[in-house]
Design a binder for this molecule. Structure first.
Ligand SMILES: [Zn+2]
Length: 293
């Protein structure tokens, strides 16, 4: 079993990430699996490379040591586990889809699509206006020809889920007109080449699971298993304020708060522990494993 922790470089780690890491390491370790760490900085216009070292360093300070991929010591070198170093791989994978006629260029602006219609959950849904225009991929948004129909999958925590990508988002984009890869595409390409067979994510992004599954299949691979975990909750005991939620691990560390205290807070705010008492990493991971029984 291989899963991954994949922070983006758009902000520092906060308590929500700590809860997420507890689930990633807790689920992986209870099943004898391995954890990959990769840096999701596919969007070159939003990435802040200076975040990388701090994120990796704080992870390891908390005790989360990946089995493979990025680590605080190897941060400077080019890596197949850093998306901004992997453009050629995404290009190759896009080529596979393109050869089969599964993608097309789209010249519509976001405003035009907004005017057209929105999907089932208020999400922007593209109706396929450009699908038969034969526009070049370079200089236009590259969209996937999303198959029509319902996708049924079994989430390891939530059970059977049913989603309709074509109705939710329509032909979603893999690359924007300026050449930036999208999260969905970069992430699926990475999971394929890195052999990820279990994806652990927050339940806030559950709705985008089926479109990833379709993308895996269109690239000729079976989809991984999915486990969607609950998020940091505001309403338990001591309310987690907006300030607390946005406080970074670096700030907590600088204020003299220990790794065990932070793990305790995350476990409590995520509903894993009944109070916010300090926890060793191994004790916190057992709380996750207990949830899986
Ligand atoms: Zn279009």
């Amino acid at each position: 079993m291989i899963t991954r922790f994949a922070p983006s470089l758009t902000g520092y780690l906060h308590l929500g990430h700590v809860l997420h890491m507890l689930y990633v390491w807790g689920v992986a370790k209870s099943g004898g699996g391995k954890v990959i760490c990769r840096i999701e900085d596919h969007d070159l216009s939003r990435r802040r490379p200076e975040y990388e070292t701090t994120i990796l360093e704080n992870m390891e300070w908390l005790g989360f040591v990946p089995d493979l991929g990025m680590s605080a010591s190897g941060a400077a070198e080019a890596s197949e586990f850093r998306q901004s170093d992997c453009g050629e791989c995404y290009e190759r994978m896009l080529g596979l889809l393109s050869e089969q006629g599964l993608v097309y260029g789209c010249e519509c602006s976001r405003k035009q699509i907004q005017k057209e219609r929105s999907g089932a959950d208020g999400e922007l849904c593209y109706s396929g206006t450009c699908s038969a225009k034969g526009l070049p991929l370079i200089g236009n948004t590259v969209r996937l020809r999303v198959p029509v129909g319902e996708v049924v999958f079994r989430d390891l925590r939530l059970g059977e889920c049913r989603q309709h990508p074509k109705q939710q988002c329509g032909d979603f984009s893999l690359r924007d007109r300026t050449g930036q890869w999208t999260y969905q595409f970069a992430c699926v390409c990475d999971d394929i080449r890195q052999g990820v067979d279990l994806v652990i994510r927050g339940e806030d992004i559950l709705a985008s699971t089926a479109r990833q599954i379709q993308l895996f299949q269109m690239l000729g691979h079976s989809a991984p298993d999915y486990f969607h975990h609950p998020l940091i909750c505001d309403d338990r005991g001591d309310k987690l304020s907006k300030r607390q939620r946005s406080e970074s691990i670096s700030q907590l560390r600088d204020a003299g708060i220990s790794a065990e205290e932070i793990l305790g807070r995350a476990a409590y705010a995520g509903g894993l522990a009944s109070d916010s008492a300090s926890l060793s990493l191994s004790a916190a991971l057992i709380l996750v494993a207990d949830r899986l029984r």
